[in-house]
Ligand binder design. Structure first.
Ligand code: PMP
Length: 408
């Protein structure tokens, strides 16, 4: 049943030029939003405006143009801080994305603080970006990785996760929202439990930032990582949020220009945060674009969330009505992500056939190979929705699936 929401996706769609595109002869139905979101016109225009009017390197120039670029960049940091409800903008470090943000913590905090016998607590639903950096630092330091299981519906087994916490746990790193299943984790509860055990908590917010209100003070997390391109912003820009005391005590991750106080061949001293973690020329225009994206998103977010929930319920009902389809990940708290398999059809074949109907979905392991092993599949088809998707697109998607089902 199509639910009535006051949010008007047709009006919103007009802000996204790419959504008017054809895929071959068909209308493009973009259901790969978990991989990257599309960009509203205001972001595209902000990028053009920056390079046409404001471009200069930041922090170093004494001339007017450099001062403007610097203030654009630092203003973007303020917008990010507001988006996350960070206490101060300097708690927000610009990175290339969530991947680099997690690598930064694993390499900088991890190398300094982890020892043999210490434990890093992960979950079975993690993206490779929240597994591999921890494996590398575990190998270097002798720390051990523990992995909490999921339940059959794809939600985290919170009781088992809590049982794995102990005085040995130094950090618990978990997804806010699973990219492969859509499961939203009870992050506040997990952070509180990690803290009671004396561990830090890192939230991989790559998916969460696009589908939930984020409040780092409310969740109490120590670190939060996200990517701009999944929240309407450009690629190549992301953020690591960290508490001031923790970030200030961490050694540099990368080094070079802009992060130093004084360099001498006898030794170098480093600047405070955030500059200490932003070596070299950053993605200035990316940060500016991200700021514009987050401001746009914040204006529409409440309606967007309700519309996405209605889309998820509608798409789930439609797919459940197709006998050969099995949805993987049916947790009660879910982002609009539907992972599924069709009996007798390889996910890659299904993805290729859907493309002929103009439907863009992702197939494969979704950078979560350990999760696929737990689910007993080599891959799934993933339809990941956004607030600019419509009920009519879901109808067209479901009709295509019914036609494909008949081919096999
Ligand atoms: N974590 C999760 C849950 C993700 O979905 C992704 C992107 N698919 C990442 C981390 C990594 O994000 P990025 O590639 O933008 O660094």
């Amino acid at each position: 049943m199509i639910e009535n929401t006051t949010f008007d996706p047709e009006k919103i769609r007009a802000d996204f030029p790419i959504l008017a595109k054809k895929s071959g002869t068909r209308d493009l139905i973009y259901f790969d939003n978990a991989a990257t979101s599309q960009k509203p016109r205001c972001v595209i225009e902000a990028i053009e405006k920056f390079y046409a009017n404001d471009n200069a390197n930041i922090h170093r120039g004494l001339y007017h143009l450099s001062a403007t670029a610097t203030s654009d960049f630092e203003n973007a940091r303020k917008i990010v801080a507001k988006f996350l409800n960070a206490r101060e903008p300097r708690e927000c470090i610009f990175t290339r994305g969530a991947t680099e943000a997690i690598n930064l913590v694993a390499a900088s905090w991890g190398r300094k603080n982890l020892r043999a016998g210490d434990e890093i607590l992960l979950t079975q639903m993690e993206h490779h970006a929240n597994i591999v950096p921890w494996q590398i630092v575990a190998e270097e330091t002798g720390a051990t990785i523990r992995v909490a299981p999921i339940l059959p519906d794809g939600s985290l087994d919170v009781a088992a996760w809590k049982n794995l916490l102990s005085a040995r746990t130094k950090i618990a790193a978990f997804a806010h929202t699973s990219n492969a299943l859509g499961t939203k984790n009870p992050v506040r509860e997990l952070v509180a439990a990690a803290h009671s055990a004396g561990a830090l908590a890192l939230i991989d917010g790559a998916q969460g930032a696009a589908h939930s209100r984020i409040d780092v003070q409310e969740s109490g997390c120590d670190f939060f990582a996200f990517s701009g391109h999944k929240v309407l912003g450009p690629t190549g820009i992301g953020v690591l949020y960290g508490k001031v005391d923790l970030l200030s005590a961490m050694p540099p991750y990368q080094s070079g220009g802009d992060m130093i106080e004084k360099v001498d061949f006898a030794g170098t001293t480093f600047r405070g945060i955030p500059e200490r973690f932003e070596a070299g020329t950053p993605n200035i225009c990316g940060a500016v674009g991200l700021g514009v994206a987050l401001e746009y998103f914040q204006k529409i977010r409440a309606g967007a969330e309700a519309h996405e929930s209605a889309l998820l319920r509608y798409a789930t009902q439609k797919l459940e009505a197709i006998p050969s389809i099995k949805i993987l990940g049916t947790a009660r708290e879910k982002a609009p992500v539907i992972s599924f398999v069709m009996r007798g059809v390889h996910p890659s074949d299904l993805g290729t056939l859907l493309d002929t109907y103009g439907v863009a979905v992702r197939v494969g392991h979704h950078c979560a190979m350990p999760l696929m092993k737990v689910l007993g599949v080599t891959g799934t088809v993933r339809a990941s929705l956004a607030f600019y998707n419509t009920f009519a697109e879901i109808d067209a998607f479901a009709d295509a699936l019914v036609e494909i089902e008949k081919m096999f």
